[in-house]
Design a protein around this ligand. Sequence first.
Ligand code: GRF
Length: 203
Amino acid sequence: MKRALLAVCCSGNGTNLQALLGASRRGTLQAKVAIVVSDDPRAYALKRALAAKIPAVVIAPKAYRSRQAFDRQLARVIDRYGARLVVLAGFMRLLSPWFVRRFRGRLLNIHPALLPSFSGAHAVRDALDHGVKVTGVTVHFVDEKMDHGPIILQAAVPIRETDTEKSLQSRLHKTEHQLYPKAIQMVLDGKVRVRGRIVQIRH
Ligand code: GRF
């Protein structure tokens, strides 16, 4: 059977991209990363794509006069590579309502907290500062609001008294690297049904 194609969007390090590439290689994720897109030419994720011989494209926001113009270009690239799912993996840009509608049900994000707690760009630090004892990872569909769409999977990660942002981050990453391929595979297998905010999973 032909493997489903993924577009992975990254702005930074790309450890989640690496985990997806690994899972794809091992066959635990029956999908292939067809294209990596970044909005930042300095993103280390681009080097990871290069090393894995996966096509990579930089779309520089400065070259576009509006958010929607950027998003239209992003959609063109995704379509050109025939991606079935769009996987946001540390992509630090808000997507326009037009883009979200265009890819609804095919657009996933991963967040390093148990949403709706600690949304935003500093989730790890915010959880530590708040003193919660448990945080975690959320994989969700993207909707028009940031870190808000229907939740596919979550996994808890306990916080230790000795944790620093770095140590907690690294444990969260390990959990992310397991959870994202699993959630993507479930969506590809048609096991996921969305009713409003509620995601039902057929096992
Ligand atoms: C991850 O923690 C993810 O949850 C968040 O951005 C981070 C990306 O990390 N959305 P990496 O670039 O995949 O290493």
